[in-house]
Design a binder for this molecule. Structure first.
Ligand SMILES: C[S@@+](CC[C@H](N)C(=O)[O-])C[C@H]1O[C@@H](n2cnc3c(N)ncnc32)[C@H](O)[C@@H]1O
Length: 317
């Protein structure tokens, strides 16, 4: 019975999420519903998802009122579920295919801890604070993401980079700061007002000479780089603009980046919507399809990293 248990004590809620409910699981679901007055404040059951809100975390795992607990396997699963509720940061995948791996899910408290372990340069902090009062500030990459991007650039020893979607410049500045003096970053943005903020900070940080800020549609800027004979000459690219255009950006960047270079794509988890079969708006579908295409694409190796809103790192083969 492949079932994912996700527990979070801060909202006192447990989700038992089933990709598709087997007849046996449906029976369990209805059993849980019958015990709702006893152990659960509410249950919502649909064809594919079972949401349970327990009132008592310490409910007996051998409860005679619920045949769900009769099999040893079910009792083990329930024990794991209850245990997970006391360590709210844990998400437990109990699918036996994955060996009952425990992975950390970020709560606000744990994310604060992560941020305390980010070495954010002072100039980036200032830019982040100025951007906070601007429209669209939630679009900015998080400090831990920017730190990872900068580290990838450093590990690669990158000299030539491209960013698609600059906004006020947080991720591009993080990149420019770690480029060598001879480094070059093409920064593509269609919005003049945000790009002006970015340029101000490139200046303040003393990295303007490394950044070629291109105002206009990113597709046009990337095509002109290719026409200019720059294919295969870039080490690193970051995509963070119009999500439905990810496929187009990716194809052009794959031409511009050298073999062994990286293309990183932001927002691949799209606030978790990509994994929810009930969410099917055009943007989510497009990101979901793009993620599938990357998985199939033999021209690259990939790694999806659950940082920020999810970033996929692709290495050109
Ligand atoms: C998510 S924000 C980028 C955030 C940025 N990486 C940061 O860390 O601050 C997306 C940006 O892409 C820009 N954008 C969207 N579509 C674009 C396009 N077709 N060409 C160029 N820029 C575009 C938007 O104007 C917006 O500023």
């Amino acid at each position: 019975m492949p079932t994912n248990f996700i527990a979070n004590t801060s909202i006192n809620m447990v989700f038992l999420h089933n990709g598709s409910m087997l007849p046996r699981e449906a029976a369990v679901a209805s059993l849980l519903r019958t015990t709702s007055s006893d152990s659960f404040s509410s249950t919502v059951i649909t064809n594919i998802t079972l949401h349970v809100t327990p009132q008592k975390w310490n409910c007996s795992v051998s409860s005679p009122c619920c045949p769900f607990f009769n099999s040893k396997r079910s009792r083990c699963k329930w024990k794991r579920l209850v245990r997970s509720c006391s360590t709210s940061e844990l998400v437990i995948s109990s699918d036996e295919n994955y060996g009952n791996k425990q992975v950390v899910g970020l709560t606000p408290r744990l994310y604060d801890y992560v941020l305390k372990n980010v070495r954010e340069p002072e100039i980036l902090r200032q830019l982040r604070e100025e951007t906070a009062s601007m429209c669209g500030s939630q679009m900015q990459v998080s400090p831990d993401q920017a730190q990872l991007l900068a580290m990838l650039v450093q590990i690669l020893g990158a000299e030539r980079c491209i960013e698609v979607g600059v906004y006020t410049g947080y991720s591009s500045l993080a990149t420019a700061l770690v480029l060598p003096e001879s480094g070059h970053l093409v920064a593509c943005e269609r919005d003049a007002i945000s790009l002006d903020v970015a340029k101000k900070y490139y200046q303040l940080a003393g990295v303007s000479h490394k950044v070629d800020a291109k105002l206009g549609l990113a597709i046009d800027s990337l095509e002109s780089l290719i026409l200019n004979g720059e294919a295969g000459s870039y080490d690193f690219a970051f995509i963070d603009a119009e999500k439905r255009m990810n496929g187009e950006y990716f194809e052009l960047l794959l031409q511009l980046v050298r073999v062994g270079g990286l293309i990183v794509i932001d927002n691949v988890l799209w606030h978790g919507k990509v994994s929810d079969p009930l969410v099917n708006d055009p943007k989510t579908i497009s990101i979901r399809n793009f993620n599938e295409q990357l998985m199939e694409d033999r021209r690259i190796s990939t790694s999806m990293v659950p940082i920020g809103d999810g970033m996929t790192i692709c290495r050109k083969r």
